[in-house]
Design a protein around this ligand. Structure first.
Ligand SMILES: [Zn+2]
Length: 68
């Protein structure tokens, strides 16, 4: 199984769109649980990391890694 890579600040697309019609979520918290915020209506949800990886379709917009 392919492991999806994502990081804080990325905008991701989920398998199911939010009821508001938007399917672009910004990752605003990383940890055991992932918190994502709908970019359409600012509603945020917290979901366990494994569930997030299952429900995430792809990264729409990746945050550039900071160069040291
Ligand atoms: Zn929404």
């Amino acid at each position: 199984m392919e492991r999806k890579l994502f990081q804080l600040g990325d905008v991701v697309q989920m398998k199911k769109a939010h009821p508001c019609g938007t399917n672009a979520w910004k990752v605003i918290r990383m940890g055991m649980d992932i918190r994502i915020k709908c970019t359409g209506c600012d509603h945020s949800v917290m979901i366990p990391r494994l569930e997030f990886e299952r429900k995430m379709k792809k990264v729409l917009q990746s945050t550039e890694p900071k160069e040291e």
